[in-house]
Design a binder for this molecule. Sequence first.
Ligand code: ADP
Length: 465
Amino acid sequence: YRRWRVLSAHMAQYYADFSLSPSQLMDLRNDFIEEARKGLRGEKSTCLMAPTMVDILPDGDEVGEYFALDIGGTNFRVIHVTLSMDKGEVVHVEMEDNAIPEEYFTCHGDMLFDLLASALVDFAKRHGRHSDDRPLPIGFCFSFPCTHTAIGEAVMVKLTKKFENEGMVGQDPAKGLQRALDRQKGNFKVAALINDSVGTLAGGCYVDADTKIGVILGTGTNACYAEQRSNIAALAKGRKNGREQQHPLMAINTEWGNFAAPSSPFTDIDRELDEETPNAGSHRFEKMVSGMYLGELARRAILRLAEQAQLFGPEVPPQLREPWALTSAALSKIDEDGSWLLSTTARELSETLGLPAALCTHTTCLRVKQVCHLVARRSAAVVAACLAGLLQQIDRDGAHTPMAPTTIAVDGGLFEHYQAYRAYLREYLDQMLGKQVSSLVKIVQIRDASSMGAAYLAAAIDEET
Ligand code: ADP
């Protein structure tokens, strides 16, 4: 009985820490708006609010065939799309994913660009149908930190993930790719240089012209939205080139993964996890939200229950001490478990965590499921709060409501494969905006958003020139 009481007390604490009240969510929303505005003004802020220089977005009227290249992890992708005369329709898509051979993570940057360029030229020979002599504009989705200086122009700030290539940092990746394409005699022009969140925004805009926000909810998280130029301090200093009147909006890369504020609902478990990560102290929002971390947060919460409230009996199963052993995919299966006596949860615990079946009793599984549920719901809640903040920022003059129907485009495995999560996000957005306003806000999933978005953007730029 004592064990049951201790366990219940711990669970009650988790419910208190991980469930956010409407007023907590409003505080978070307001703090996010404040951080975002500081970033836009060029003041110190946890949200970078970087101007992407993308001031043209597709509207679905683009027609023709376009290519894009997309690199950001262990693979790169080449893609060819044929855009229909019908608004927002795509006639045909071909894409090819290529693994990046090990030596290309450490070679000179030029060699890496040669790899991309030759794959594109080769792919275009096999799939392209264009025959005119004019260089075909391509979209380049390059998901590394860059400072953008013009629509197809940037300076690379740093290499991330496994990449250690010389000759990249401080250089323009669009020029690097262009030179490689020229070396390969590819008749292409790098028109747009974007990251995956801009791609999601552009991808959304092509299929639904009401799209104002692009969100990544995958291994990491980020958001990008269309902002009035006049609100972006960095542009006031920059050179004017006459585009300002014609293109009053620009896509802003919020880098909200790093967002933190007094109202951020950090718990002891978040602090513990943060300390164990190589980028401790940064990306605190991402660590509450994204697919990389949700499973690990739940594992830590379950481990505490095992240590302090004997969730699995007197012994703590050693497998539970293994960092990152619980993936977000497992967490989602457990949260969505509707099976008789939670047999799916029991199976996940024994298969992914390697816990002996005898320890996975129904009451234990129930607690585990509650923890997973709380962790996932908090993620959706804080994302909804920031989205409500962005909607408010987009519609500053509109009496706290989005005046026009607004679409939020989302890409990423967390959103795509976790149905209940999508429902939580909708529920919190309804709660924050009120049913009536919320009914004007659509959340749509855009598959392959970064590469498709890059191709659509190349089309939009091509149409303008
Ligand atoms: P990335 O973000 O790495 O570019 P994805 O958008 O495909 O790639 O997202 C992959 C991530 O999505 C995984 O790291 C995982 O965290 C998360 N994920 C994949 N499947 C599921 C699932 N069924 N439930 C919850 N999260 C999932």
